[in-house]
Design a protein around this ligand. Structure first.
Ligand SMILES: Cc1cc2nc3c(=O)[nH]c(=O)nc-3n(C[C@H](O)[C@H](O)[C@H](O)COP(=O)(O)O)c2cc1C
Length: 169
């Protein structure tokens, strides 16, 4: 049973160093959606709205879904689904139906997909997709995240307005 909560009642710390704070980023539509494990992202106040952002590399299959659709979700799953979440971070949806393979169930609200097994879901309306290629990175960030094996695989920062927050009652 899902319960809608207000942003001020949300208790989500997006810093991934804390156990359980990995999240799934999901986009798509009925019959065609995909999800990935994310750690780059968080909450921000922008354009007089409560927003959330995720940084997605060019190579991710999920990126095509994010580009195509108007919404995306950020979902936090309970510890019991840690293996499923890990699966979503080590396999690509290009290999097949990742939801099924991970043992997750796609659900929809506001036309936006999310894993039914989640305990907290942020439903977002995409406000912008900012390619980070060519950004004026601090040299150490550029060296560590955009050179060598990461060359030609930049992040795009997707910023979405949080239209609804759902918590398992
Ligand atoms: C702990 C962890 C955190 C990750 N965070 C991100 C992230 O923030 N952005 C991203 O693009 N990929 C991230 N990834 C990688 C994707 O989850 C992974 O490449 C996934 O298999 C992509 O799936 P897809 O091709 O179906 O989209 C992360 C992986 C792990 C293991």
């Amino acid at each position: 049973m899902w319960q809608e909560i207000h942003a001020e009642d949300m208790n989500w710390d997006p810093f991934p160093r804390k156990k359980g704070n990995w999240f799934l980023v999901t986009a798509g539509r009925e019959g065609a959606c995909n999800t990935l494990l994310g750690t780059y992202g968080g909450l921000l106040s922008l354009w007089s709205r409560n927003c959330a952002a995720v940084a997605i590399r060019e190579s991710r299959y999920t990126k095509a879904f994010l580009d195509r659709e108007e919404g995306f979700s950020i979902a936090v799953l309970p510890e019991a689904f840690r293996d499923a979440v890990r699966y979503c971070g080590s396999h690509s949806g290009r290999e097949g139906d990742k939801f099924a393979a991970a043992g997750l169930t796609p659900a929809f609200a506001e036309g936006i997909p999310f894993p039914e097994e989640a305990e907290l879901v942020l439903l977002c309306r995409k406000l912008c997709a900012c390619p980070m290629e060519g950004a004026r990175f601090a040299p150490d960030i550029h060296r560590s995240y955009y050179e060598g094996k990461w060359e030609n695989n930049p992040h795009t920062l997707y910023i979405g307005e949080i239209v609804k927050i759902l918590r398992k009652a």
